[in-house]
Design a protein around this ligand. Structure first.
Ligand code: ADP
Ligand code: CIR
Length: 346
């Protein structure tokens, strides 16, 4: 049975769901269901069950982005600073600025990932067990077409020894097996079936299969050679695109289960040592936000910084090209490095 009354939230809750779920919006979306069976309740479940959510909704399919538009559109515009449309994709690196020497000295590693989902299937929160297996099958069939430099092995999560899994997670190569936000969104159903990791022999290129999105295509390297990481990533994306059809629209770019990933679906992050700024984490986050950047801990979303090292990435993904995002990231990193240099040491 659907919820009939407008849901209420605690005072402490600061999610975008709470902010934008007004009585008027509620009247417009209550009782709706997409063709794949995704309901208004399913859309909001993570935000209702996890009141410390920053966003609080997940889309179940492409149709969610139109059917639930009275709620999703304001959340998209709030997070990305614009409602779309999304510009032409641009992963070129020729005009990118350089990392300053101060920034170079602080950047330990660079990871750039894009999210993708397959056309013709619901997104993870609404997909059936059978469809999830079909998605895994299509992705693994495309893997032999990767170029020589990216060749590697597909490791299904089912049957993977716990010690191997923990080691891959600790080395930042594999997703975690528990996430209460994803659980509430229905993304952990039938776990670990049909989930897996493709890892290239040199471990620079990987693909996460059927986690928050059906594909997370990832390039990861030590140091701050952003153009090199992009070159590796684009080779992988190009090869996969020839064999898989990705879900996208003109207005929202690549469609993803979390609306924060729409558009480029790209998160470019550096692990950066900010020993002086680490003394005041709240101010670090405020300064980063002013530069359009997000601060995460060194084990990813919802983790803590460690030993003064943080994950710094682009926050916005819709209505901006990949090249513009990377330009702002590099400028922002240079700025944070300078602030860290100038900050009085404890
Ligand atoms: P996502 O990037 O897919 O949104 P997370 O924030 O959970 O998801 O990060 C996934 C993993 O990638 C985590 O283990 C995180 O520590 C790792 N990671 C992110 N950026 C870097 C980086 N620059 N260097 C090394 N590991 C990184
Ligand atoms: C939330 O609502 O907080 C989680 N579903 C994660 C949202 C996306 N993450 C982010 O912007 N850091």
């Amino acid at each position: 049975m659907g919820i009939s009354e407008l849901p209420t939230f605690s005072d402490a809750c600061a999610s975008l769901l709470k902010k934008h779920l007004t009585q008027t919006v509620w009247e417009e979306i209550r009782g709706l269901k997409t063709a794949s069976g995704y309901t208004t309740e399913a859309l909001m479940r993570s935000g209702l069950e996890q009141p410390d959510s920053a966003i609080g909704i997940y889309a179940g399919d492409a149709e969610s982005y139109t059917l639930f538009a009275p709620l999703i559109d304001p959340i998209i515009a709030h997070y990305h600073g614009n409602p779309g449309p999304h510009p032409k994709h641009d992963l070129s690196t020729e005009t990118l600025p350089f990392l300053s020497p101060m920034a170079k000295a602080r950047v330990l590693s660079t990871r750039i990932r894009v999210g993708r989902n397959l056309a013709g299937f619901p997104l993870g929160p609404a997909i059936t067990q059978e469809q999830r297996h079909e998605v895994e099958r299509l992705i693994t069939q495309a893997l032999p077409h990767l170029p020589e430099a990216l060749k590697g092995t597909y490791h299904p999560l089912s049957g993977m020894p716990e010690t191997v899994r923990d080691d891959l997670v600790a080395r930042h190569l594999l997703f975690k097996s528990t996430d209460r936000f994803l659980t509430s969104a229905g993304l952990m159903r039938h776990w670990p079936e049909a989930r897996g990791l493709f890892l290239s022999h040199d471990e620079r290129f990987s693909i996460w299969v059927n986690e928050e999105d059906q594909l997370r295509i990832i390039a990861l390297e030590k140091g701050g050679e952003i153009a090199e990481v992009i070159a590796c990533l684009t080779q992988g994306i190009a090869a996969l695109s020839r064999h898989l059809s990705f879900l996208a629209t003109k207005r929202l770019g690549y469609l993803t289960s979390c609306p924060t990933n729409l558009g480029t679906a790209m998160r470019a992050s550096v692990h950066m040592a900010l020993h002086a700024l680490a003394a005041d984490e709240a101010t670090l986050k405020k300064n980063a936000a002013a530069l359009g950047l997000q601060v995460r801990g060194i084990h990813g979303e919802h983790s803590q910084g460690q030993g003064g090292v943080y994950d710094i990435s682009n926050r916005r993904r819709l209505g901006i090209t990949e090249r513009e995002s990377l330009t702002r990231l590099i400028e922002g990193i240079n700025c944070l490095a300078e602030m860290d240099e100038r900050h009085p040491r404890p």
